[in-house]
Structure formats: structure tokens, C-alpha cells
Design a protein around this ligand. Structure first.
Ligand code: CUA
Length: 187
């Protein structure tokens, strides 16, 4: 074989190997895209295990989210339920108070547009969707304050929409709850 032949043969082998790898890398991309599509479509079409609704136009008139029922409530079993509303551009109550070492359920909704419900320093991060109740369990081990900035763009006042969660000692919380039906730390 001449040097020219060897060179031609090498070029041929190189082209073949290159083509194989190109096909393989495209196949990987196709498989990943199919996996992502399947996961997304599958999840989107599965109904949630539990959906609770609330009429966004009558929240303030009757039911669980009337103003006098917002805030923290001690349940008969000793757990605490915190009810809140996120609206353009504030949360009610603006300061939520919860005890340490207690199972807590946040229940919240929106009367207008989608808002974000995020408690900094915890894994609580959900959306408040008009018509639906967002319910999330929580537990706080240490006293302290957590900021709650709205994290869904909800209009011109979005960046000024925030609240806070104040975690206080359980004994102090129970003492506060002795003479009040609903607790907040709004001053
Ligand atoms: Cu409410 Cu952003």
C-alpha cells in the first residue's frame, strides 16, 4: 500500500467512528427529551390525591377564610392550624405566630391572582391559587423569625408583598392562646 492508500483508509475509519458517535449522542438527546416529556405529561395528567377548593369571590364573607378566622388556632389534638390569605399586595395576617416543637398546618388561598407562599429557612414553598386551598405541614424546632416574600410575580406591587412567621416558645404561645381564639403577631 502506498502512503496515499493508508491515509485514505484512516480517513475512512475516522469518518465511520465519527458518524457512530454522532448517532449515539443524538440518540441520548432523543431519549432524554422523551423521558422529560413522559415525566411532565404523566405528572400533569395525574389528579392530585386531594384537592380543596374555596370560592375566591366570597372568601371574606363566609367560611374558613373570613378575617376573624385568620391566624393561628390551637386544635383539640394540640396541633396548630395557621390560616392566611395572600392578596395584591399583602398577606393577612402580616405576622403569623407559631409555637416551637408542634405540628403545624398552614392553610392559605388567594382571592385575586396567583401568589407565592414561601417561608425562608424551611422547605415550605408553594403557590396560592385562586379557587384552591394550599395546605402544608410544618414544624419549627427553634424560636426565631422567618421572612415570607411572595415569590410569584403578581403585579406592580409584587416586590413589596411579604409577611413573616414568628416562632415562639411553646409555653409562651399556649399562654397567649388562653384568652384568644386566633393568634397573630401583628402589632
Ligand atoms: Cu403576590 Cu407576588
Amino acid at each position: 500500500m502506498t502512503a496515499q492508500d493508508i491515509s485514505n483508509q484512516s480517513a475512512y475509519v475516522a469518518a465511520r467512528v465519527e458518524r457512530r458517535w454522532a448517532i449515539l449522542s443524538i440518540a441520548i438527546i432523543v431519549v432524554l427529551a422523551l423521558l422529560a416529556a413522559f415525566a411532565g405529561i404523566h405528572q400533569a395528567t395525574m389528579p392530585q390525591a386531594r384537592v380543596e377548593t374555596a370560592n375566591p369571590t366570597t372568601l371574606h364573607l363566609a367560611g374558613e377564610f373570613v378575617e376573624s378566622n385568620l391566624g393561628s388556632a390551637v386544635e383539640p389534638g394540640g396541633s396548630v392550624t395557621v390560616r392566611a390569605i395572600g392578596q395584591q399586595y399583602s398577606f393577612t395576617p402580616q405576622c403569623m405566630v407559631v409555637p416551637t416543637g408542634t405540628p403545624i398546618t398552614f392553610r392559605a388561598t388567594s382571592p385575586d391572582v396567583i401568589h407565592g407562599f414561601l417561608i425562608q429557612g424551611t422547605n415550605i414553598n408553594t403557590m396560592l391559587v385562586p379557587g384552591y386551598i394550599s395546605a402544608l405541614p410544618a414544624r419549627f424546632d427553634r424560636p426565631g423569625e422567618h421572612l415570607m416574600p411572595c415569590q410569584e410575580f403578581c403585579g406592580v406591587g409584587h416586590e413589596g408583598m411579604w409577611a413573616k412567621v414568628k416562632v415562639i416558645d411553646k409555653a409562651e404561645f399556649l399562654a397567649m392562646s388562653a384568652d384568644r381564639r386566633r393568634l397573630t403577631c401583628v402589632e
